[in-house]
Ligand binder design. Structure first.
Ligand code: ADP
Length: 258
């Protein structure tokens, strides 16, 4: 708490009392701390791939280049680390746009059945790579008002996560259903699950349950923060239901009309 005080004096210069103003700066401090943490996180996330790109490039120049096999290995790492950097910068820009409220939703009527086809194709391709069984159930003839591209981003992010955090031969399912005035997306997996203590935190920027695993799957740690922003811009909400080692279900509720 920050306190500012001043005496109260009447016309004849007698001291009548004092005014004390108490400022609660807890919120300000918290925001400032979050900003500092964010900058530290971004720097760390950028530093790791840069260090690795630089190291492998130097080793190549120092002579490793003569070994064709080794060169291929190193160049593959350089390429994938560059891709990480690119994904990170893309997600950061996206998040900063969303947070500045520059997000203008291009609203239109989305016929779910048409809209979902491309998403299903992508999810199937990803699932097959990990021998994961992907299934979906979608209510007949449903539609929704919203930003088709942004909502596609929401579902793809959730489906990618479901596939990434599920072991081979697991299952991932998508359900889209309609209630009186809502459309629900449910993305279910039989994967790692999320510990109780992390359930609220996974929507924070850069929060990861397991840093090493997320890195291996190429995650930026920003996906769910972006998803939450988009859902909230649609006046919707996102929740997660999960049991450790059994799996997770992410549920997005969107009003049919914004
Ligand atoms: P990342 O790029 O790390 O996947 P996200 O913001 O998409 O970043 O997710 C944040 C964290 O939430 C992940 O690192 C992971 O620990 C956890 N998580 C997200 N989706 C799932 C899921 N389907 N199953 C288990 N853990 C998940």
């Amino acid at each position: 708490i920050e306190i500012v005080g001043a005496p109260v004096i009447n016309e004849t210069n007698e001291l009548k009392g004092a005014v004390l103003v108490f400022h609660d700066i807890t919120e300000l401090k918290r925001v400032e701390q979050m900003r500092k943490d964010f900058v530290a996180n971004v720097s760390h996330e950028l530093k790791t791939p840069i260090t690795s790109i630089r190291g492998f490039a130097e080793t190549l120049l120092d002579g490793a280049m003569e070994d064709t096999e080794l060169s291929k290995q190193f160049l593959t790492i350089i390429l994938s680390e560059s891709e990480r950097l690119q994904a990170l910068v893309y997600d950061l820009l996206e998040l900063s746009r969303l947070e500045k409220d520059e997000l203008k939703l291009t609203q239109k009527r989305i016929e779910i059945h048409e809209w979902i086809q491309g998403i299903i194709t992508i999810a199937e391709q990803q699932a097959v790579k990990k021998d994961i069984e992907f299934s979906y159930t979608i209510d007949e003839q449903i539609s929704l008002n919203g930003d088709a591209d942004r909502l596609k981003q929401v579902l793809l992010n959730l489906l990618y996560n479901a596939i990434n955090y599920t072991a081979e031969k697991g299952k991932v399912g998508l359900v889209i259903e309609e209630t009186k005035d809502m459309i629900l997306f449910k993305v279910r997996d039989t994967g790692l699950g999320i510990p109780e203590s992390a359930k609220n935190r996974i929507f924070e920027r850069f929060y990861r349950v397991d840093r090493a695993r997320s890195r291996n799957t190429g995650g930026t740690g920003l996906g769910l923060a972006i998803v939450k922003h988009i859902v909230e811009a649609h006046n919707g909400e996102i929740t997660v239901d999960s049991k450790l080692d059994e799996g997770s279900t992410f549920i997005v509720k969107l009003p049919k009309h914004l």
